[in-house]
Design a protein around this ligand. Structure first.
Ligand code: SF4
Length: 660
């Protein structure tokens, strides 16, 4: 084929995909989305596209992305950003290889990960030379030898290729790091995996990143640097996470652990002869001890202040903008960094000098973060103290990210395509709520496509009658809830997902369910009791099991088939209003005369409710019940917003007669 294929040639009735995937059916919604994405790339107008489960979103943006990158090479690569590294891997290992195999075109794609995931060959050889002084145990020396052997055969040089994995202390000695690269002066520059990856990034047509890396690149661009190549077109998958990830990336966090970690890098506990000893500076030792003591006292003071404030558990204390914290840490930290720079300047051995300089820069960066966090607040940022049994941390986040995103992501000539199964809480065809939150103005088209699945036939929504109100009668609600969940999951033979809104509720329900389910031979999987990957593996391996949890369980998990025929929504998922950032955002809405509930709390809860509902049907033949135990869905005027957010055709019934 001489010309580029059209979208129909790939995704249509007689397209390449259908010819290669027996049983695959073209979906009109997928074609509509793919055409809308292609139009956006061509016109330069942003596109906000909500496409229900089963539309086939990834091909709908990847196919136009490949065509765009080949037809307009002068506009740079198309960057595709996913929510997590796991989704990045799915594109890299499944969708992109398939498209490479079926498209009669020459194009390249690269998955980008952060620098610290790559081995630095120069540091690795230094660690190998210094192995006798780096570690005081043979196990870590053996791990280092394994990294050395692996580095001779690895092409990617990525940490997660190491099987079995190596300890953090070992990887820390060999990883590529910011401020510790000799670039072209490095003898390993040509074969360096990190530099090779950067060169591939500069020439690839499709670059797959995750939102955290994309937002870290925004922070770099604000500081005048960049990691990703210049690009006109970006696609955000699961775009409803963009605001949250940008908020984290543009904020800051400092804990005692992060200060001690930087100090330990100078004098690791397990080292036979550490970097400070090798540097030969006596005053650096003194300054290090001074910094450690000051940091311990400072974070103990923060902990006590948060605990004494009467804030809940974990204690989270919002700091007023003009509240300036007494900071005994910055002075010794800065002095230690200066001492290391001075010592490094007198060392002729290049690698040791680079190590010391990198450590000094790390300390300077910590001091800069602390100076920002101690106050007064800069601009519209919010600061707070978090304290739990592990200690205290100081945090900050921007009150809003819309202005930053507008300037660094959505400003012309950039064209951004934002897709997700759930972008908007309500039925607004223009997706105005999302536009406001992200700072996308009128220069954007909106598209809402329903799912091709038959929800009306396959899903029943039950709202039991006469449940106590969780706001007015919390204890009675909790008791009824425990009974209802137990009865319903037993009646369903397990195969259930139970969604809660707090960890306390999860624990309480787990206590109730455990003996009853054990007696029925049904496994109970509780979020937090094992890694999520392991719990998901067990859920699929034991279809009758019951999965119970909160937070991330409301979205992003796929349990297709008979392993899931019942979803129980215990409470409407309103966010805890006492989180400092939420409080600050609600206060800001109030200050400008808005209604915090209808503008913030309700839409966020409705969006999460939609995501929880969406867990039930992941494939065309999935079916079952969603039970909503929170009576406010019926008794409060705002309950209508939740019911209206269900997929078209799904009706909520009051509970079936005869249910006890
Ligand atoms: S170029 Fe930089 S990252 Fe690569 S091996 Fe050399 S110092 Fe390490």
């Amino acid at each position: 084929m001489n010309e580029s294929p059209s979208i129909e040639d790939v995704l249509g009735e007689a397209g390449f995909v259908r010819r290669r995937l027996p049983g695959w059916e073209p979906r009109p919604q997928q074609l509509e989305l793919a055409h809308a994405v292609a139009r956006a790339f061509g016109s330069g107008r942003h596109l906000l596209a909500e496409a229900g489960t089963g539309v086939g979103k990834s091909f709908a943006y990847l196919v136009p992305a490949v065509l765009q990158s080949l037809e307009r090479p002068n506009e740079g690569p198309v960057v595709v950003s996913t929510r997590t590294i796991a989704l990045q891997e799915q594109l890299e290992q499944k969708d992109l290889p398939f498209l490479h195999a079926i498209l009669p075109l020459e194009w390249s794609s690269v998955t980008a990960v952060g620098r610290s995931h790559y081995v630095c060959l120069r540091r690795m050889h230094l660690a190998s030379r210094e192995r006798a002084s780096l570690f005081d145990d043979e196990a870590r020396e053996a791990q280092l030898d394994r990294v050395l052997a692996w580095s001779r055969r690895t092409h990617g040089g990525l940490r997660f290729e190491l099987d079995p994995p190596v300890d953090d202390e070992v990887w820390d000695e060999v990883r590529a790091e910011q401020g510790n690269c000799l670039y072209k002066a490095c003898p390993h520059y040509d074969e360096c995996p990190y530099q090779r990856a950067r060169r591939r990034l500069e020439s690839a047509q499709i670059i797959v990143v995750n939102h955290a890396l994309y937002c870290a690149d925004i922070a770099l661009r604000i500081a005048g640097a960049r990691y990703l190549p210049e690009h006109r077109v970006v696609v955000f998958d699961e775009a409803h996470h963009l605001e949250r990830v940008a908020t984290e990336a543009l904020g800051a966090r400092l804990s005692l652990g992060s200060v001690l970690w930087q100090l330990r890098r100078l004098r690791p506990r397990r080292a036979r002869r550490n970097l400070l000893e090798r540097s030969g500076s006596a005053s650096a030792h003194t300054l290090l001890e001074e910094t450690r003591g000051a940091a311990e006292a400072f974070f103990a003071m923060l902990h006590a202040r948060a605990e004494n404030s009467g804030a809940g558990r974990p204690a989270q204390l919002l700091l007023e903008p003009d509240d300036v914290l007494d900071d005994p840490v910055t002075a010794p930290l800065t002095a230690l960094a200066a001492e290391l720079h001075a010592v490094a300047a007198g060392i002729s051995e290049v690698d040791l000098r680079a190590e010391l300089q990198a450590r000094a820069r790390g300390l300077q960066a910590l001091a800069a973060v602390l100076m920002t966090l101690r106050g007064p607040a800069l601009g519209e940022s919010v600061r707070w103290i978090e304290a739990d049994q592990r200690g205290a941390a100081l945090r900050s986040a921007p009150l809003e990210v819309s202005a930053t995103l507008e300037r660094h992501v959505f400003a012309a000539p950039r064209c951004a395509v934002l897709v997700s199964a759930t972008l908007e809480p309500g039925l607004d065809p223009k997706l105005s709520w999302l536009r406001r939150r992200l700072g996308i103005g009128e220069q954007a088209d909106a598209l809402r496509l329903g799912s091709p699945f038959d929800y009306r036939r396959n899903v029943r929504v039950r709202i039991p009658e006469a449940m106590p109100d969780p706001g007015r009668e919390p204890a009675a609600f909790l008791n009824r809830c425990r009974e209802e969940v137990r009865e319903r999951v037993l009646r369903n033979g397990g195969r259930a997902l139970v969604l809660c809104t707090s960890w306390g509720f999860v624990r309480s329900l787990a206590d109730e369910l455990r003996p009853a389910l054990a007696a029925a031979g049904i496994a109970l999987l509780v979020q937090g009791e094992a890694p999520m990957r392991e719990l998901l593996r067990r859920k699929l391996a034991e279809p009758s099991s019951v999965f119970l949890g909160t937070e991330s369980l409301w979205e992003g998990i796929d349990i297709p088939g008979e392993a899931l025929t019942l979803v129980v929504v215990t409470r409407l998922p309103f966010a805890q209003p006492d989180h400092p950032l939420t409080r600050a955002r609600l206060r800001a809405i109030e200050a400008r005369g808005g209604d915090p509930f209808t503008e913030h709390s309700l839409p966020e809860a409705v969006l999460k409710f939609r995501q929880g509902f969406g867990r039930l049907v992941r494939r065309a033949d999935d079916h079952g019940e969603v039970v909503v135990l929170d009576p406010r869905t019926r008794t409060k005027p705002y309950g209508r917003a939740f019911l209206a957010a269900l997929p078209e055709g799904v009706l909520a019934d009051d509970d079936e007669p005869g249910h006890a």
